[in-house]
Design a protein around this ligand. Structure first.
Ligand SMILES: Cc1ncc(COP(=O)(O)O)c(C=O)c1O
Length: 427
């Protein structure tokens, strides 16, 4: 049955819509941190539909909120007052730490980043954007133009002039051999040099921890150091928190807080986890930036009552159950456990990340050469053992991505680590 569906998928959907596994999986239902496939096999889910099932599968609080809201009204458009949208905007504005914040809801991270680019370029009257090498910001024409990961960048045509900055990847590239302080200094010097050669950019956009790029990040403080340089020149800082937001990184509610010694970014974008699978994206910015557009703009599906009801219930659950604290504690145990395993598996180059955002980079033993075949083999073995993980990385995808729902228990973390250990040892 699943094979037949695979053939139909291939016949009717684009070739570039990649599927995991030789024998792709049809997930039919989930509960907590588990999902089941069409054949009835049960899996521990350590990828959460790409960090999107943030709290848990089939969380009763979210399901109830969606069902009740759907029974009243699903959508009325932004032409009318929408109570759940105002309520979620109030909560997000407060949590953002941005003074006098305004929130605009979209339906995806891509659209959130496109909106941030529109705001920054209009506010600054410049179409030049600074982005990080190895970044991913979405699939639209605008977002692809600021994506520094060749594997996800199908065209170089763009309405923007994008300049790629060093620093998103700590352990590779020309500055990898430097210590943290020197690394930050070198990246800042590179940024200053770049700014000396270019038209004044509108903004820098960066993921605090690069998601698709393989859970890589700079030393803490890099973006604060960048910010000082940018601030002097009026250049805005956009933090793409699509993967790192809502406490996923454990130590911080927003990924930027690892860097933010001199305050929040000018613009924050979010998506994925906040809706727990319902399509919510959004932008938060200071009012003077958000209100700089001199024409109307709407997102027809952005902020529909049913998605906002899901977001409110999901966010309440996250905060009331301190899932950020859980991500810090359980993620801390998981990363230590995976590091201990990695020390005995020659293919593992690095185990990195924070909270429940952990990357295991595989290379050919003794080299820095990516090992995408090994990553695919581990993915298959983990699945056979009952565990779903993700993949990411630069052009050669060879980083395993571990990002379970943030309600993960210690027992589940241990169970998943044991399965992953067997899969890694089988390479
Ligand atoms: C950091 C980041 N920004 C933006 C996006 C785009 O979000 P969406 O797929 O919801 O359009 C993604 C998606 O993976 C992402 O990881």
């Amino acid at each position: 049955m699943t094979r037949d569906l695979f053939a139909r998928h291939r016949a009717v959907l684009p070739d570039w819509l990649a599927l995991y596994y030789e024998d792709p999986l049809e997930i039919t239902h989930g509960e907590g941190r588990h999902v089941w496939d069409a054949a009835g096999n049960k899996y521990l889910d350590f990828f959460g539909g790409i960090l999107t099932t943030m709290t848990a599968h089939a969380l009763p609080e979210v399901t109830k909120a969606v069902a009740e809201q759907a029974g009243r009204i699903i959508h009325s458009s932004t032409l009318y007052l929408n109570r759940p949208m105002v309520e979620l905007a109030e909560r997000v504005a407060h949590l953002s730490g941005i003074p006098d914040a305004r929130v605009f809801f979209t339906t995806s991270g891509t659209e959130a980043n496109d909106t941030a680019l529109l705001l920054a370029t209009a506010y600054r009257r410049s179409n030049a954007i600074l982005a990080m090498r190895n970044s991913y910001h979405g699939r639209s024409f605008g977002a692809v133009g600021i994506t520094g990961n060749r594997g996800w960048s199908p065209t170089s045509l763009s309405p923007l002039q994008t300049l790629y900055v060093h620093g998103g990847v700590r352990s590779r590239g020309p500055y990898a051999h430097l210590d943290d302080r020197e690394f930050v200094d070198a990246c800042v010097a590179d940024l200053k040099d770049l700014l000396g050669h270019t038209r004044a950019p509108a903004a820098l956009i960066a993921e605090p921890v690069q998601g698709v790029g393989g859970f890589t990040s700079p030393p803490d403080g890099l973006y604060a150091a960048f910010r000082e340089v940018l601030h002097e020149r009026g250049v805005l800082w956009i933090s793409d928190e699509v993967q790192t937001g809502w406490g996923r990184t454990g130590e911080h509610f927003w990924g930027w807080q690892a860097h933010g010694r001199n305050g929040p970014p000018d613009i924050v974008t979010f998506a994925k986890g906040i809706g727990n699978g319902m399509s919510i994206g959004g932008v938060v910015a200071r009012a003077e930036i958000m209100n700089c557009l001199d024409a109307n703009s709407i997102s027809t599906f952005g902020g529909t009552q049913v998605t906002m009801a899901a977001g409110l219930a999901n966010l309440s659950y996250l905060l009331e159950h301190d899932l950020q604290g859980n991500a810090r504690r359980v993620g801390g145990l998981l990363i230590e456990r995976l590091r201990a395993v990695a020390a005995q598996v020659p293919h593992v180059r690095e185990v990195r990340g924070r909270g429940l955002m952990i990357g295991v980079e595989l290379t050919r033993p003794g080299t820095d050469e990516a090992a995408p075949d090994a990553a695919s083999a581990v993915l298959e073995e983990a699945r056979a053992g009952g565990l779903l993980v993700g993949k990411g990385g630069g052009h050669d995808t060879s980083v395993l991505r571990v990002a379970p729902p943030m309600s993960l228990t210690v027992a589940e973390a241990e169970e998943g680590a044991a399965i992953l250990e067997r899969a890694l040892r089988s390479i």
